[in-house]
Structures are given as C-alpha cells and as structure tokens.
Design a protein around this ligand. Sequence first.
Ligand code: MN
Length: 240
Amino acid sequence: MSTLFIADLHLSTERPEIIALFLRFLEQEATQAEALYILGDLFEAWLGDDAVQPELQEVLTGLKKLTESGVPVFVMVGNRDFLLGETFEKMTGCTLLDDPSVVDLYGTPTLLMHGDTLCTDDVDYQAFRQQVRTPQWRKAVLAKSIAERLQMAREARAQSQAHTREKSAEIMDVNAQAVEDAFRQHGVRRLIHGHTHRPAVHELSVDGKNTTRIVLGDWYQQTSVLKVTADDFSLTPAGQ
Ligand code: MN
C-alpha cells in the first residue's frame, strides 16, 4: 500500500490540459492509494467556496468520486487557495488539514507543510501572509461580492508577479534556519512540503540526527507525485 502526495497544481481554466491530467490521476493512480495528500495550491486561485468557476466543477466532482470510492483525501491550503473552506469539504468529501500537521506514515512521524512559512527571507510576503490569514480578513473578503473578489484576486496576482520578478531566487527559497527549526520544533525526522517548485530530496543533519526534506514539484511542465510506502518513497511524474 502507498500514500500519495502532490502540491502546486495551480489548476486554472487557463491550463485545461493540467486539469485533464489531474482528473486522469484521480481516476487511475489515486484510486490505488491508501490516502492522497494535496499540500497546497491545488488551485491557482480560490475566491471562496461560493464562487466556483464552472470549469473547475469537474475537479470537485473528481475529488468527490475518489473520496466516495474510499480513498481519504487531505487538502492543505496554499498561498493561492487559502480561502478553501467547509463547503469545499462538503462538496468533495476532502478533509482540510492544518499547516503544519504531523502525520504518522507507516510508523514515521512526518511533518507536512505547504512550504511558504519556511521562506522567511521574503519579509514582504510573510507580512502579507499574516494580514490575509486572520479570521477577520477572511470574513471581510468573503462578505464581498464575487465580482469584487475577482478584482482583488487580479490585483493581488499582478502585485505578486511584479514582486516575484524583483526578488532573487534565494529569497524565494526556504530559509535553512527555518527548516532546522521546523524539524526541531516538531521533533520529526521527515518533512514533506511544496511551494518552492524545486522538487528534490534533501538529507540534512539536525542536532546530530539525520533528517529528510522532500520537496514536491509543481504541475506545469510535468506532473509530480510522491509515493510513500512502508519502507521507501519515490518522487516521480504521475503514472510512472
Ligand atoms: Mn505556494
């Protein structure tokens, strides 16, 4: 048996081919799994559970079919789709997962994160994150009309693109100290996250203990799936 992890699909109506790949993944590979974890940014944008674009409805239906077939699906929100909520859970049968969460994977406690909180060198982003993750901000935004939220999302996206262009690659990556702190704070030896779009397996010694940080890839040029079994793991394109 195996448990699957994916992140950063950034599903949007602009890339129907990735939606199609994901639907195929849900119908095939995922049905063989013990559980599926989606570690953030499943969607490129999420304006609220009451504002689902018709083209994304089939994604919700695909998730629902999978959970109904008996495969539990856990979804962590990312920096793009952090407005996912209880109605999404009801529509899909998925369970929203806190960031960070520690899960037991075949006897190995494993820390799961989206990964954005590890990018502490990006001070502007961390300030923005703090602002938009309060219950007050969430409530105020969800009270706006869908047209207003769409406009806000457009502005945020333009700002974020300008911001990304200005920043160096180092600032956009995880901070080494933040990674060590995460291992220490949660007392784990394995961490799985996405967000940086730099798929890799990093071995690191923290306080003399060997740790493994697995970074999931995005779904732009290819699919990226981490498969964890009782004794091993592999990070590959889907279907391989
Ligand atoms: Mn992200």
